[in-house]
Design a protein around this ligand. Structure first.
Ligand code: FAD
Length: 305
């Protein structure tokens, strides 16, 4: 067990967590999301975020989900927003709609090309040139009220498919920080040294904002292989071996997924990390198991202890 988990259990020191959801497509998925939200709410995450479909395809569903989270739960809700297939005015109108709904945190992204993931990035006519422009615009939104959006951005401990090398990538991330980003959340990874090497590179490049590790909770290994392939995240051999032969055994895959995530978090915590962002895939059991393995208790239990 990591120092963080021992401390969490003995002294009540809480690791900081955030949870990422995707907007539901139908009634069944809607029920699953809200059950997930109800079960994770007592873990008192710093925030929860809701993804934006590729090409802006979930604009309304993302908006409705984030607004409900902001208005019907005790959670701090964040909305993912991309620069894809929308003019600057459209994107800023969406941001204003969030503002009106009480949402004050945006996860700002360039997004994938409107021609599809893996295709070269193409700016929309009248749209933002890149995510730096979007971060600047969000930070400039509503300063008249003395408040602006909190902004998180993405970063890539293993180079993104569009990467032209570390020098550009780090300068680009620094530019997101200089434009006003408050934190960066990483793409998922499975080996702690991938995160720590990236953290060293980032700090040496003058990036001082928190770099929160994104922890994947995908128990469907075939699905994980597909997405890893697309975003070029390494799946180590040991991970292939762990899931081998479990194609028809979902419950054992769940146990393995939570244990792999918790072990990764423990190793990150041993290196000083105390904030974790979980890609929950709207599955409460995996996020809850991982949190418990990290020593994070639901708020009421933690108070009584
Ligand atoms: P950027 O960081 O701007 O760029 C990605 C890479 O390309 C970086 O390596 C950068 O250095 C390089 N690059 C950018 N511009 C140039 C240039 N001009 N020349 C050379 N290299 C360049 N996608 C969605 O559609 N919806 C979501 O809700 C969503 N949520 C996400 C949340 C997180 C935490 C993460 C990590 C990713 C998420 N994505 C989401 C995926 C993301 O949209 C894609 O990875 C997209 O391709 C890049 O967006 P970005 O903002 O990270 O881009």
């Amino acid at each position: 067990m990591s120092d963080l988990a021992i401390a969490a259990r003995q002294t009540g020191t809480r690791p900081h967590v955030s949870f990422e959801f995707f907007p539901p497509k139908n009634e069944t998925m809607d029920e699953r999301l809200w059950e997930c939200v109800r079960r994770l709410e007592p873990m008192q995450p710093d925030f929860v975020s809701v993804t934006y479909g590729a090409g802006g395809s979930t604009r309304t569903r993302t908006h409705d989900t984030v607004s409900r989270l902001a208005n019907e739960t005790s959670l701090t809700a964040a909305a993912h927003l991309t620069c894809v297939s929308a003019t600057k005015d459209d994107v800023l109108q969406t941001a204003e709609d969030y503002w009106q709904a009480g949402v004050r945190h945006i996860v700002a992204l360039r997004g994938d090309s409107p021609d599809g993931m893996g295709q070269p990035w193409r700016q929309t006519d009248g749209g933002f040139k890149n995510v730096i422009e979007l971060v600047e615009a969000l930070r400039a939104h509503r300063p008249d009220l003395g408040k602006v959006f909190e902004v998180s951005v993405a970063c890539y401990p293993e180079p993104h498919p569009d990467s032209r090398g570390w020098d550009f990538d780090l300068a680009h991330l620094k530019a997101k920080q200089d434009a006003g980003a408050d934190r960066a959340i990483t793409q998922f990874f499975f080996e702690p040294q991938i995160y720590f090497e990236f953290l060293d590179r980032a700090r040496n490049a003058g990036i001082t904002m928190p770099i929160v590790p994104g922890i994947m909770l995908q128990p469907n290994f075939n699905g994980l292989k597909k997405i890893s392939n697309l975003c070029q995240a390494t799946l180590p051999d040991w991970l292939h071996q762990l899931y081998e032969g479990l194609e028809d055994d979902a419950s054992t895959r769940d146990l393995i997924t939570a244990n792999v995530a918790a072990e990764l978090c423990h190793k990150l915590a041993d290196g000083g990390v105390s904030q974790f962002h979980f890609y929950t895939l709207n599955r409460a059991n995996l996020a809850l198991s991982t949190c418990h393995l990290l020593g994070l208790k639901p708020a009421r239990e933690a108070e009584a202890a």
